[in-house]
Structures are given as structure tokens and as C-alpha cells.
Design a protein around this ligand. Structure first.
Ligand SMILES: NC(=O)c1ccc[n+]([C@@H]2O[C@H](COP(=O)([O-])OP(=O)(O)OC[C@H]3O[C@@H](n4cnc5c(N)ncnc54)[C@H](O)[C@@H]3O)[C@@H](O)[C@H]2O)c1
Length: 221
């Protein structure tokens, strides 16, 4: 164990959290000490695998366990507990997209800024060597046109795969642009600067295997 250990807690122990668990649990300088999920079994499963305690309520977790850092791995509609981290001055990582409610997102950002808190977002493409080489080149020779795209499958009905339930609902995920193409938007901002004007068109009807309750678009330009 390293001399200085960072005690990490998780809010949301679903799919992407597993990737972070696996990476962090291999670091000597990190100890996974607390796991929170509204589905108790998910938090308990993580606590069993990595040690630490399981919770279903974020406030109860923060009241009971001393943490140096928090990971928020929540679906877009479920954000807001970041305020509790800010109140307590706990630096945090949040998975993209950072939320769905523009008002809440702006308030969290303002609170983070006011506290000068260390935070990070899961826009991992920013950290790729190739992307940073492109960024350097574009600074020397600025582009006049940049084309970005995201080609992925649309969620289809698969029994037992709970993730689709929020992803296929526009009022929960924000739709494909917000949930997936956000990576492309982030890259455009990283490589070429802030957006000043937007035009958007959406299409539906491609996904013939759409599960019941599917309210998102299939393609967006
Ligand atoms: N950076 C990437 O490339 C990448 C990859 C996959 C997912 N993600 C993002 O990570 C986020 C989560 O995706 P996922 O695949 O892990 O979803 P998931 O549905 O598998 O997991 C989300 C977990 O959060 C829990 N949860 C929901 N509301 C909660 C609350 N209020 N408090 C505590 N727990 C709560 C759910 O029970 C679930 O276990 C999404 O925003 C997604 O876009 C990012």
C-alpha cells in the first residue's frame, strides 16, 4: 500500500462504474471504501468485491465514511447529489453527460467554481495522445471546416438488459445526441473552440427493433 492513500467512494454502481472499479482497484494509492446505488444489491456486490461499505443513500454514505474523492456514475436524469460533494469539499469525477437538467447543471458548475473544487468529467478522448497531437497541429494551422460524427447502434429490445430502460427514454437520457454524440461535441470544443450557433435536424424510423417505450431519435445532423 502506498504511503498516501486516496479513499474513494462511488455513487452509481452500474455498467461504467465496473470499468472504474477495475482500474482503480489496481492502483496502490487508491482504496475503494464506499459504494452507493439506489439498487442495494449493486452497492453490496461492489462492497463485497472490493471491501468498503454499501449504501442506498448518498447523504448517509457521506455522513458515515470519510472520503477523499467521489465518482458519480449516474444516468443523465439522476444527477444532483454532486451538491453534497461540493458542500463537503470532496473532489469528484463525474461521468458524461454531466446531467440532463440545464438549471441543475449550471448550479453545480457555479458551486464547484465558487469552492474552487477539483473535478473531472469522463470525456476520455481528451486524454488520448493522438487527439492531443491533432490539437497541437490545429493550433499551428487552424481549420476552417471540421466534420465530426458518431456512428453507433441504436438500442434494441433485449430482455434483462436494464440499461436500455433509461437510455431509450428521451426524458431520461436526453436522446442519442445528448447521451452518445456528446463525445463528438466535446472533441469539437476541445479541438476547435466553443460553439457559437447550432442547427439541428432529427430522424426517426430506422430502428425497427425498438423496444416498447422508445422515445429517442435514430439519427441527428
Ligand atoms: N465515458 C464513457 O465512454 C462512458 C461509457 C459508458 C457509460 N458512460 C456514462 O455513464 C453514465 C452511467 O452509465 P451506465 O452505463 O453505468 O448506466 P447503468 O444504468 O448501468 O448504471 C447506472 C447506475 O446508477 C444507479 N442509480 C440511478 N440513480 C441513482 C441515484 N440517484 N443514486 C445512486 N445510484 C443511482 C442505477 O441503479 C445504476 O446501477 C451515463 O451517463 C453514461 O453515458 C460513459
Amino acid at each position: 500500500m502506498a504511503d498516501s492513500v486516496v479513499r474513494v467512494g462511488f455513487v452509481g454502481c452500474g455498467g461504467i462504474a465496473q470499468q472504474h472499479f477495475n482500474a482503480l482497484s489496481q492502483m496502490d494509492s487508491v482504496q475503494l471504501v464506499a459504494f452507493c446505488d439506489v439498487v442495494a444489491e449493486k452497492a453490496q456486490d461492489a462492497a463485497q468485491r472490493f471491501g468498503g461499505r454499501a449504501f442506498t443513500d448518498v447523504r448517509a454514505m457521506l455522513d458515515s465514511v470519510e472520503l477523499d474523492a467521489l465518482f458519480f456514475c449516474l444516468p443523465p436524469f439522476a444527477h444532483g447529489a454532486e451538491f453534497l460533494a461540493v458542500e463537503r469539499g470532496i473532489p469528484f469525477f463525474v461521468e458524461k453527460p454531466v446531467g440532463l437538467d440545464w438549471g441543475v447543471i449550471r448550479e453545480i458548475a457555479a458551486a464547484v467554481r465558487a469552492k474552487n473544487l477539483l473535478t473531472s468529467v469522463g470525456y476520455m478522448n481528451r486524454y488520448r495522445r493522438g487527439i492531443n497531437r491533432v490539437r497541437e497541429l490545429l493550433q499551428i494551422d487552424p481549420p476552417i471546416l471540421l466534420l465530426g460524427g458518431w456512428v453507433g447502434r441504436t438500442p434494441q429490445a433485449r430482455p434483462g438488459e436494464g440499461i436500455w430502460r433509461w437510455w431509450i427514454q428521451k426524458d431520461k437520457s436526453g436522446g442519442q445526441f445528448h447521451e452518445q454524440v456528446t463525445h463528438t461535441v466535446d472533441l469539437v470544443r476541445y479541438l476547435a473552440g466553443e460553439v457559437v450557433e447550432v442547427h439541428a435536424y432529427a430522424a426517426k424510423g430506422l430502428n425497427r427493433l425498438a423496444p416498447e417505450g422508445y422515445t429517442i431519435e435514430d439519427a441527428i445532423a
